[in-house]
Design a binder for this molecule. Structure first.
Ligand SMILES: N[C@@H](CCC(=O)N[C@@H](CS)C(=O)NCC(=O)O)C(=O)O
Length: 193
């Protein structure tokens, strides 16, 4: 039986995604502290980010790599669609979360309680795109939650806790309904920081 150690802070959105993947797969893991930006951190992650996963000799960083490993190395429900187009669309949304939503929604709001107008407008534009998609189905790709929803959920939860949330999420009913569906999953409630 492989033993998973996940290094990182519970409040990190990417750490939460990695934990949600483990929870969805019913795979046990241990969340381990990280001496942030210490040499011990650099030894695990040369770019000094989180999460890092260790399983025996295997040390991995990058949440998508960690999620893929956990999915393929362990039994349990698959968080990816069963067909090539579905998998590609899931990866498209994972990449959208990392490439656009994380900088616009998490990094810019992390700087403090008072983001600039430009930052708020960029975050709102991204959210409107996500909202349109979520009005089409129960989850990003339709009737089932996949890996892309597990990347999106911690980022949305983070932004919803920001003082600017009422303005950012105003009238985005697709996101709000999806958020309630995701929040009812054990993987979400068990990983609340
Ligand atoms: N591409 C990385 C991004 C990881 C990342 O940026 N994690 C954030 C926490 S949510 C972090 O380590 N931030 C620390 C920093 O930026 O110094 C992944 O997918 O794991």
């Amino acid at each position: 039986m492989k033993h998973i150690e996940l290094f990182g802070f519970a409040g990190s959105t990417y750490v939460r995604t990695a934990r949600m993947v483990c929870a969805e797969k019913h795979v046990e893991y241990q969340l381990k502290p990280l001496e942030f930006r210490d040499e011990s951190h650099r030894a695990l992650h040369p770019f000094l980010r989180m999460p890092v996963m260790r399983v025996g000799e295997l040390v991995l960083y990058e949440t998508l790599a960690i999620a893929t490993y956990v999915d393929e190395a362990f039994e349990g429900p698959r968080p990816m669609p069963g067909n090539p187009a579905g998998r590609a669309r899931a990866l498209q949304w994972v990449s959208t979360c990392s490439g656009y939503l994380y900088p616009d929604l998490v990094q810019s709001l992390l700087k403090g309680d008072d983001p600039s107008e430009d930052e708020l407008n960029a975050a709102r534009r991204d959210l409107e795109i996500v909202d349109l998609q979520l009005r089409e189905g129960l989850f990003l790709l339709g009737s089932e939650a996949y890996l892309c929803d597990l990347f999106l959920a911690p980022m949305i939860a983070f932004a919803q806790a920001h003082p600017a949330a009422p303005r950012l999420f105003r009238a985005l009913d697709g996101i709000m309904a999806w958020r309630d569906r995701i929040a009812s999953r054990n993987s979400f409630s068990e990983t609340q920081a």
